[in-house]
Write a protein that binds this ligand. Structure first.
Ligand code: ADP
Ligand code: MG
Ligand code: MG
Length: 246
């Protein structure tokens, strides 16, 4: 489904290379986990897969379902079914969460469902996350608590139904109950066919997932080691320096 080949990328405004040759292959339905120290370029990788214009790909390719997406704008990538949740979601004054999500849904999935149908679906999805109707009428992320921002990101994922979902530190700053709820919803999304790339520092999210195909250790702009779920235990125990041990 996703094939990343020798991907190099830098900031548009600076010469600093952040991605230094990433190689990654994810098959449809799989769950991959990317773990690495702060500042190693994990969020940058997610943003470059989405096509954030702040970054420029200087070498390599990103192939989704057999076609290169490297030169497509972010909205085209979203239409293909790729989505990321943000580690630090943007606040958008003046745009209601409900308005944003229903518009996005129609742009991505077409207009066969009318506003009322989508509205009902959105309310039902919000309920699963313990978010009430009023929450949907608040401006996107404005004044949301840390936990509400994370729930809002998951609401977007459940409602917009991407084919490939990249979760960037969806588990940071969540209490135990919120973590369990969100982990279960993520697991269900995968059972329903959504392919996952999970970026995390912590094993605790992974403990709730039934399926993990691969864990990748990511240091300084590239994947240095890959393995099964047991690699996450090893990282928890020894830290990211384990790549030096191998
Ligand atoms: P991680 O998600 O692994 O913590 P990031 O991708 O956020 O790492 O950052 C990798 C490096 O690139 C850091 O040194 C960070 O400061 C820098 N960086 C990433 N995006 C930007 C940006 N938009 N502007 C300036 N520096 C950035
Ligand atoms: Mg970070
Ligand atoms: Mg990050």
């Amino acid at each position: 489904m996703l094939r990343i080949v020798n991907l190099h990328a830098k900031l548009r405004d600076e010469d600093k290379e952040i991605l230094k040759g990433v190689n990654l292959e994810i098959e449809k339905g799989e769950v991959h986990v990317l773990m690495g120290p702060n500042g190693s370029g994990k969020s940058t990788l997610a943003n470059v897969i989405m096509g954030n214009p702040r970054y420029i790909v200087t070498e390599g390719d990103i192939v989704f379902e057999g076609n290169s997406i490297k030169d497509l704008p972010p909205n085209e990538r979203a239409k293909l079914g790729i989505m990321m949740t943000f580690q630090n979601p943007y606040e958008v004054e003046g745009v209601k969460l409900s308005q944003f999500l229903i518009t996005a849904h129609r742009r991505i999935h077409g207009e066969d469902k009318n506003y009322l149908e989508l509205r009902k679906e959105l309310e039902e999805t919000a309920e699963k996350l313990g978010l009430d109707k009023d929450f949907l009428e608040r401006y996107l992320n404005v004044g949301f608590s840390g936990g509400e921002k994370k729930r809002s990101e998951i609401l977007q994922s459940l409602f917009l139904r991407p084919k490939l979902l990249i979760l960037d530190e969806i588990d940071s700053g969540l209490d135990v109950d919120a973590l369990r709820l969100i982990a279960n919803l993520i697991a269900r999304l995968n059972e329903e066919g959504v392919t996952l790339l999970i970026i995390t520092h912590y094993k605790r999210l992974l403990d709730h997932l039934k399926r993990i195909d691969k864990v990748h250790v990511y240091v300084d702009g590239r994947i240095v080691t890959s393995g099964g779920p047991e690699l996450a235990d090893e990282i928890e125990e020894k830290g990211y320096s384990l790549e030096g041990v191998r």
